[in-house]
Design a protein around this ligand. Structure first.
Ligand code: S3P
Length: 427
């Protein structure tokens, strides 16, 4: 396990660029793999999660040429093989998307495995609706799971959770199913899949929480992946929570189904400006956050799906805001790469935060002058990054254990944090 020492920072004024979006990268690879033709993906996310999807698709017979560090050429229409087993590592997106992909396309039984964390995460939410379409997947609750390709029939799904991974798995199945597949989500989850599918010529219709897809061929699509909003968020949190700071993140994805975090920073009282330079198929541009005096907020459960991966950072910012911050309706945090409510509370309470956990969220009373402490990423990239920001805001030095987990989405995060914010790091 890697441990680094992290020191506090003062006011930060800086600009930063972050690597490509992880969610869009997974989709750019998987959807081009099932499309007709060849496409180039530029700005691919560098982390291990997208590496797991790349490796899985290659093991299944998809041709992927590496053109450079963040550039690949994908040739779709593969003759699917089944090299066994397929290791999805730590990546929930890889596992869930592959279930939908293989439900009709696995030429022989294919087993999906994952690391310890992924092997604990819920898969029944994907398996049950796929089975209703005719899929053969055994068992159902957790990995390892074995999928045998079967002819599928479209179905109407009323989903219990707003999850873009689940939605994408069902859309992938629906593209190869007989008849109409319809999904109704309880809230609006990220819509990258729908955007890419529409641009590839899929017969897809969307209205708020409802998506319909009919079977049909896709045309390969070149994709320029914008910077990952979730990788930008730690820098934006730091700027918001340190009064007098200002950070600009350049060329970052600003898809409204991802940017609930900006609405929450505004509600805390931070100044936030966005300049969208491109709108289709994915909006992106620059975002500037300026830190001022913050006041605690009540986070509406409706916004949770639009900021699910940033809620650990909301906890960090809340420690610096005057009064009570309350988050509810976020049970999903319990089944991410770690139990993110437990993991962020463990770190922040060690630093002296006044934080109480709830089954589906947390309460934090601020402001607190955080004290440097011994912190643990808890096997979770987002917790590692959020606690690094906590350490930067604290008084005195901290240590962070498990920094290797940050490589799952953003391997150069600590280096970028040093260059952007001058955070002292000791390895
Ligand atoms: C993702 C969707 C979200 C998110 C995850 C990436 C995706 O998960 O937490 O980091 O790329 O579809 P859920 O779909 O389970 O909410």
């Amino acid at each position: 396990m890697n441990r680094v020492g992290l020191g506090p920072v003062g006011r930060v004024r800086s600009r930063v660029r972050v690597p490509g979006d992880k969610s869009i990268s997974h989709r750019a690879l998987v959807l081009n793999a099932v499309a007709e033709g060849t496409a180039t993906v530029r700005g691919l996310a560098p982390g291990a999660d997208v590496g797991a999807t790349l490796g899985a698709l290659e093991a299944l017979g998809v041709t992927i040429e590496r053109l450079g560090d963040d550039r690949v050429r994908v040739t779709g229409g593969a003759h699917w093989h089944a090299k066994q087993p397929i290791d999805c590592q730590n990546s929930g997106t890889t596992a869930r998307l592959l279930l939908g992909l293989l439900a009709s396309r696995a030429p022989a039984p294919v087993t999906l495995t994952g690391d310890q964390s992924l092997s604990r995460r819920p898969m029944r939410r994907v398996v049950e609706p796929l089975r209703r379409m005719g899929a053969e997947i055994e068992p159902a609750d957790t990995l390892p799971l074995t999928v045998t390709g079967r002819p599928l029939t479209g179905a109407e799904h009323h989903l219990d959770v707003a999850s873009a991974q689940l939605k994408t798995a069902l859309l992938l199945a629906g593209l190869a199913a007989d008849g109409l597949t319809m999904l109704i989500e309880p809230g609006v989850s990220r819509d990258h899949t729908e955007r890419v599918l529409a641009a590839m010529g899929a017969r897809i219709e969307r209205r708020e929480r409802e998506v319909r897809v009919r079977p049909g061929d896709l045309t390969a699509l070149d994709i320029d992946v914008p910077g990952d909003f979730s990788s930008a968020a730690p820098f934006l949190a730091l700027a918001a929570a340190r009064e007098g700071s200002e950070i600009v993140v350049e060329e970052v994805g600003l898809n409204p189904t991802r940017t609930g975090f900006l609405d929450l920073l505004r509600a805390f009282g931070a100044e936030v400006e966005t300049t969208v330079v491109v709108t289709e198929p994915e909006p992106y541009g620059d975002v500037r956050v300026m830190g001022t005096k913050l006041s605690g907020i009540d986070v509406d459960p409706e916004i949770v799906p639009r900021t699910i991966d940033e809620l650990p950072l909301i906890a960090v910012v809340a420690t610096q805001a005057e009064g009570l911050t309350r988050v509810r309706g976020a049970t999903e945090l319990r089944v991410k790469e770690s139990d993110r409510i437990e993991a962020i509370a463990a770190g922040l309470v060690r630093m002296g935060a006044d934080m109480e956990m709830a089954p589906d969220g947390f309460d934090i009373r601020g402001p607190t002058v955080l004290e440097g402490a011994r912190l643990d990423a808890a096997g979770d990239h987002r917790i590692g990054m959020a606690l690094a920001i906590g350490a930067a805001l604290a008084q005195g030095g901290s240590t962070l254990d498990g920094t290797e987990w940050i490589d799952v989405s953003y391997p150069s995060f600590l280096t970028d944090l040093v260059s952007c914010a001058g955070v002292p790091v000791r390895v």
